[in-house]
Design a protein around this ligand. Structure first.
Ligand SMILES: Cc1cc2nc3c(=O)[nH]c(=O)nc-3n(C[C@H](O)[C@H](O)[C@H](O)COP(=O)(O)O)c2cc1C
Length: 344
């Protein structure tokens, strides 16, 4: 797939994920084979006001690239200025505009998916951002519309193309749907038919098989993965392997998952410091142990860690059988039957 002059290799893109797609997770995703990553959404207002917390979220290195910095905002002039600052100070491969966020804090300021209610504003925001970004390609990420009664994705795709956007990612649900029901992949197919710029399909991909299915059903140019990658960077490797060979890789073992979680925790420490890193790591730990025997007993223990050493110790104890989860049935939908004490 080509986004402007940027070549993005086959495979899957890591979705922008607030509170999740920070540098440590992006590094792991790229190592595992993600073909592109995005920052968490950052506020255009925060950028032009030079807010430290906002700018902190925009820092990246080349081991996370190609990378898009995702901006949100509802004022075209602010978006233009923010895009120009983003290019000057950070120089990402892509600037992405968030037109999909359903969160009240963003929508109440007319940002995120609220913009989809006003197509003139949508166009002005894209034009402003393209203007500010100069040579850097601008992409957009949308939902199907504000609600199911008013799907606007095809119109927005056409507007984006006309306004100079170089790709459009579609989370195939309306804002009103939140994360409920199933993503409607037929919308991705319709968008692909409506525009010439690349279409990136998004919503409910859980496995490598789903990637192939989405590409076949929609003819999309790229796929983007959010929730299925959380605590599971392995998915990118699984996808690449499957697309290249048609064979499905074995699911990662318990010890491989723990190994990945430990590396992740170490990166969090390097990025955010010991205590903040450990606290921020807690939610990831909850995802990493999904499917472990005794996961629901293990989680409260992991959710209390405040150092990286503690994380290591809890996992050591778990692998050494210190916790007695013998009465607990393994869940049968994920790693059912896998022995948590198995080392490889
Ligand atoms: C925790 C979380 C944070 C998210 N943050 C963002 C964000 O910052 N920007 C954005 O465009 N979408 C965000 N999304 C939406 C995802 O990028 C993606 O569109 C959505 O999760 C559907 O894809 P999936 O089914 O693969 O998870 C977020 C989703 C989740 C679960």
């Amino acid at each position: 797939m080509k986004i402007g002059n940027l070549i993005v290799k086959d495979g899957a893109l890591l979705a922008p994920l607030a509170g999740v797609s920070n540098r440590p997770f992006r590094v792991l995703a790229v190592k595992a084979g993600a073909s592109m990553t995005y920052t968490e959404m950052v506020s255009s207002e925060g950028i032009i006001r030079d807010q430290e917390r906002t700018k902190e979220m925009m820092v990246f290195k080349n081991d996370e690239q190609p990378l898009g910095i995702q901006l949100f905002g509802s004022n075209p002039q602010t978006m233009e200025k923010a895009a120009a600052i983003t290019v000057k100070e950070f120089n990402p491969d892509v600037i992405d505009i968030n037109f999909g966020c359903p969160v009240k804090k963003v929508v109440n300021k007319n940002g995120g998916s609220a913009v989809l209610k006003d197509l003139q504003l949508t166009e002005d925001i894209i034009k402003g951002t393209v203007q500010g970004a100069g040579e850097t390609p601008v992409t957009i990420k949308i939902r199907t519309g504000w609600d199911d009664a008013n799907p606007v994705f095809e119109k927005v795709g056409e507007i984006a193309q006309r306004a100079g956007a170089k790709a459009v990612a579609l989370h195939a649900r309306s804002r009103a749907k939140g994360f409920s029901g199933n993503a409607d992949w037929t919308a991705i197919k319709k968008l692909k038919e409506a525009v010439d710029i690349p279409v990136i399909g998004n919503g409910d991909i859980k496995t490598a098989l789903d990637v192939k299915k989405m590409i076949e059903e929609t003819n999309c140019d790229g796929v983007m993965i959010g929730r299925a990658a959380m605590g599971n960077p392995f998915i990118f490797n699984q996808i690449n392997h499957y697309l290249a060979t048609g064979e499905l890789l074995q699911r990662p073992t318990i010890s491989e998952k723990i190994g990945m979680a430990r590396i992740h925790a170490q990166l969090m420490k390097e990025q955010f410091g010991e205590e903040r890193g450990a606290v921020m790591m807690r939610r990831f730990l909850g995802w990493y142990v999904k499917g472990f025997r005794g996961a629901s007993e293990l989680r409260p223990i992991l959710f209390q860690v405040s150092t990286i050493e503690e994380i290591d110790r809890v996992f050591e104890d778990y692998l050494n059988g210190k916790y007695d989860f013998s009465q607990v049935q393994p869940p049968d939908d994920t790693n059912g039957g896998l022995n948590p004490l198995r080392t490889q």
